[in-house]
Design a protein. Structure first.
Lengths: 371, 371
């Protein structure tokens, strides 16, 4: 195909041409013009969560996982105890990160098709006073579940525990209001719902806890306290920033704001998600999740029962028609995933469903119906 | 100015339009086409150092500093002892990285206008058998010194010590031949002499030591053993890659190869450096370094003695004429730096010298002569 395939993935995702065109310039990382871009991005990010009074935002080079690791090493003292509310693969990754860095970490298991339970968290915090921090994945893209951020934050606040939120794939699409929701850190990245390109993350840190984080990190590159202090002092990043990624994010944010910000983005993604699910159901497919816990970010479908179905061939056939899907990440049941995010709308989602129909036909699979 | 300023900085630097145009597409990070780009980049990188038989190369998200930290945490055991040959700011940063991660680290000081001494290293290794690893900055861009990689590597090999080389700003310009030069790890990044955009680093690791590195890292994101194992198994990056940065690097490498590889790049940068130094000397400026230790990467000049000179105004005046310089990084003496690298040639360097002449005139500084 001469036309680029549309990425139905949870990031990197399809970005606008305007966002990509911003990368056609070279910027000096020490220069005031680039510092102004960084400052503008930071201001806009804080506005999105209404966190200007309560939080600082610290950008960091690397993928979102680097920012999660940075949040843990910066905020959690060596003798801290982290409780991870676990309903999926990204929860387990957060626990692995914490354990490798020498932090005591407990996984609290939930089913991967359900949201985590604030009341179970309450019982756990009441039972184990050694826990210092709770980690929540806001949207667990392993299955696509939206977890109850507000209720979890309320429990953590009541017990005076630090809350670290991985909002990688929810930030800028799902409402997060720092004036109402109490958290110590919240992490997201450039190449997700803001529709920038991948290459940097950012961490919102509550100002009240930031000062206490000095000297806690065992990593220089990932020390968000140090990164923040240097940026406040000089306007610059401590180490070489991914300049083209930063200016692309600035351009993506400008479009986000022009289009109406988070409510408008949520409306578009919700429409994408509804178009997708309705179309796929008409082909016989069944979503893995109940509608009540389904985030409008990424949808997990059960694999068709038909013996001709094979994900690799299905993927290739859909790709040949211009749409790139995503493999499943569940261990107990065969699935595949389709993202609803990126610079696409219901028109592209309807075309995607049509591409899936043609792909099924290629494979000789009569219906998407699972076993 | 409507024309972009030329970056006379040690990276991010000026890239070709062809390199930037490669970023006008979106790539699925899971897709085979992107995996092929990653594989091609890795093959090319190994060829540049003739390391196909001896080394593996592991790309990593983030700036070059992230890759240095990753090399230390992956290669040096918790009870290791690192000796850093210190003749500048980047050496001190490597030591700080090592110390923060809990590795015992000793700084061996040298003057910042001289290369480090292989014979002094020999004495130190003979005197202290607890040292397990030596860290060398190949080109110390703090002042611009080229350090004697081959001689240092020979000493390390004789004492059977691991050598970790920060070749951030020398790789692809200065010859490095893994068949002749023995090292355990060598680190560089996308936005330096390969003339890609910033956003990823890569670490060459000797195959013979890689297997012994399993489980040594205390960071998940920076575990190069794990990154390598996953990439070998799946062709993919473990965590979201900066896809646009990777494809820009692939395009930059294609141009590097077409132009004649490392010898051609060295010839161009040498010509840039000679044009710069000759022109600046004619304006009265004096390079900080003797020619014998000056790498053709970045040149440190002593600040003019004239009382009207002020770096900030000098910088702005040169920038108004289209050239972005770089501040000095020495603590004892006032300097500024001018990079010789990036997609520029002697024509641009001569124009840069002319811009400096006009900038001096703006400031009412008669000559670049230092005190």
């Amino acid at each position: 195909m001469s036309h680029d395939a549309i990425l139905l993935t949870p990031g990197p995702l399809t970005t606008t041409l305007r966002t990509k065109l911003a990368m056609l310039r070279d910027w000096g990382s020490w220069d005031v013009e680039f510092n102004q871009v960084t400052a503008r991005v930071r201001r806009s990010l804080l506005q999105i969560i209404h966190g200007e009074d309560s939080h600082a935002v610290v950008p960091l080079q690397g993928s979102g996982t680097f920012s999660i690791e940075a949040a843990v090493t910066t905020l959690v003292p060596q003798n801290g105890h982290i409780l991870v509310l676990d309903n999926g693969a990204y929860c387990k990754r957060a626990a692995k990160i914490s354990t490798m860095m020498g932090r005591r970490c407990t996984l609290m298991p939930f089913a991967d098709h359900e949201a985590v339970s604030p009341s179970a968290l309450q019982q756990q915090l009441a039972a184990d006073s050694s826990i210092t921090h709770v980690v929540l994945i806001h949207c667990e893209t392993g299955a696509g579940v939206l977890n109850p951020l507000q209720a979890v934050a309320d429990v953590c606040a009541a017990f005076k525990k630090g809350l670290i939120v991985d909002a990688m794939s929810s930030f800028a699409a799902i409402e997060i209001d720092a004036r109402k929701t109490h958290f110590d850190a919240l992490i997201a990245a450039s190449g997700k719902c803001l529709e920038g390109v991948a290459g940097m993350g950012f961490v919102f840190i509550r100002k009240a806890v930031l000062d206490g984080c000095a000297g806690q990190s065992q990593s220089l590159a990932m020390d968000l306290y140090d990164q923040h202090a240097y940026m406040e002092k000089t306007g610059q990043w401590r180490f070489t920033p991914p300049t083209h990624v930063v200016v692309a994010l600035a351009e993506a944010i400008a479009q986000f704001e022009e289009a109406g910000g988070q409510p408008a983005r949520l409306a578009r993604y919700t429409s994408n998600c509804q178009t997708l699910i309705a179309g796929m159901k008409a082909l016989g497919f069944k979503p893995f999740l109940e509608p009540s816990v389904q985030a409008p970010i990424i949808v997990t479908f059960l694999a068709p029962a038909h013996p001709n179905y094979e994900f690799r061939r299905f993927y290739d056939a859909a790709k040949a028609r211009g749409f790139i899907m995503y493999p499943g990440k569940l261990t107990q049941v065969e699935t595949f995933r389709v993202g609803c995010i990126g610079a696409i709308g219901p028109v592209e989602m309807a075309q995607a469903v049509h591409a899936v129909a043609l792909a099924l036909n290629d494979l000789g699979v009569a219906s998407g119906e699972p076993g």
